[in-house]
Design a protein around this ligand. Structure first.
Ligand code: ZN
Length: 439
């Protein structure tokens, strides 16, 4: 069944049990009300977008519809490239009420990789429905369960965002399972690729790339454990990754961890919560991206309300949890570091995971980042971090036809992204609520 008629699409989209969407290789002409130019960070007036076989053929002020083309009227909407989330964990979900190590090891030894991949498939659909058409998935997927999900999405068996997948992250001893008894260290090694010295670190890169990794994730420090990779180990990783034409991104929370990763020459730094201005200057100098995996106020409160008393936060207390992140983001922008949006959303907040992930963008707004800059961080900037520049995160000829329509103006109010009405990925329409109007 093809989702052509809006009213029919609503019925189809409402069914959680429908099969995957048939791949559409036809020709579509989109009449867009206004279009986000992600490279320049501005909205352009009305444009027509011609899509052929999953790829944007041309964009112009007026295009004639080719014979037999489907014509979609998005003239009432803000039209943007599909959003990119640069930091996901589709195969892992954690309750705020539970213990990190108990839940993390349970994912390995009870849930298991095949079921994790199937659960990941269900979560992947929610990202697509939220308007996120590409994700970079950074591990916590057992041994390469992420590759199975990526490939099933790619071959059309499963509806989901395009995935750039890391495989197991290269980590110091113990991964991120604090308190795991030493006799069971092998459990951590089912979830992380624990490395022992520069030669083994390079071997870890070769292993991951051999088994399908598109990007290398490393843990400069492996919080909440206390380990860290040496600069020599990270240099060996970066050298091997360059040889194999994959990028390297580093989990790094402390200033020292960021500085060491930056010195080793990684392409991106995740989190960077405690980064100092001097290290931000080093990142800027080396062209290293930052992915601020920040929480908006609503998410902090939601997390607390679902934690069964493990974590408490009143609205008045929220600033004490988020002020550090907000300050760090403002300092990074001031230093000229390029920001790529990434949610790191692996928490069960009682809402669709894709919707929860978008709250990351609202956190940037709470730090004072302008809406247009946020949209750029989630499109143009992220595409460059992922090595997919000019293919995703942009509406121009020869890019994949990843196109979303939003009610309202996300260029002045980023919360308009909560009203995604239409989602196309590679020419196939996955969400069409154009007839519904306001929520
Ligand atoms: Zn993460």
């Amino acid at each position: 069944m093809r989702r052509l008629l809006p009213i029919l699409a609503v019925v189809v989209a409402a069914s959680a049990a429908d099969a995957q969407t048939p791949i559409d290789t036809g020709i579509t002409l989109i009449r867009a009300g206004r279009v986000f130019d992600s490279e320049r960070g501005v909205f352009l007036p009305a444009r027509d977008i011609l899509v052929k076989h999953g790829v944007i053929d041309s964009v112009a002020e007026h295009l004639a519809a080719p014979a037999g083309a489907r014509v979609l009227d998005l003239s009432r909407y803000s039209v943007l490239p599909g959003l990119i989330d640069s930091h996901t964990h589709l195969l892992y979900l954690e309750s705020p009420a539970g213990d990190l190590t108990a839940q993390g090891t349970s994912a390995v030894i009870v849930e298991g990789t095949p079921l994790r991949a199937l659960h990941g498939a269900a979560r992947a659909r929610t990202f697509l429905a939220a308007g996120i058409t590409t994700v970079r998935d950074l591990g916590n997927s057992g041994r390469f369960g992420d590759m199975a999900l990526r490939d099933a999405i790619r071959d059309g068996s499963v509806d989901g965002p395009r995935m750039i997948a890391a495989g197991p992250g290269l980590s110091p001893e113990g991964g991120q399972f604090p308190g795991l008894q030493s006799g069971y260290r092998a459990i951590a090694e089912e979830e992380y690729r624990v490395v022992h010295g520069p030669a083994d670190a390079a071997l870890g890169v070769r292993e991951n790339v051999t088994y399908g990794a598109d990007v290398i994730k490393i843990y400069s420090n492996n919080t909440p454990n206390r380990g860290s990779l040496s600069v020599e180990e990270m240099r060996a990783i970066v050298d091997e990754a360059r040889r194999l034409h994959v990028k390297v991104t580093a989990h790094a929370t402390s200033d020292e961890a960021v500085w060491r990763a930056a010195t080793a020459g990684v392409d991106g730094v995740e989190h960077a919560y405690q980064v100092a201005d001097s290290t931000l200057a080093l990142m800027k100098q080396k062209g290293i991206f930052m992915v601020p995996t920040d929480l908006d106020s609503a998410t902090v409160l939601r997390y607390a309300s679902r934690s069964q008393g493990r974590f408490t936060a009143t609205p008045a207390q929220v600033p004490t949890f988020v002020n550090g992140q907000r300050d760090r983001l403002r300092r990074a922008i001031k230093a000229g570091v390029t920001i790529a949006a990434g949610s790191d959303n692996y928490i069960d907040l009682g809402m669709p995971q894709g919707e929860a992930a978008k709250h990351n963008l609202f956190a940037y707004a709470e730090a004072g980042m302008p809406s247009l800059a946020i949209l750029q961080a989630a499109t143009w900037n992220a595409s460059r971090l992922l090595g997919l520049e000019n293919r995703v995160g942009v509406i121009r000829a020869r890019a994949f036809a990843d196109i979303i329509a939003v009610e309202g103006d996300p260029g002045t109010d980023i919360h308009a992204l909560e009203r995604v009405r239409f989602v196309m990925k590679q020419g196939t329409v996955y969400l069409n609520k154009l007839s519904l109007g306001r929520d």
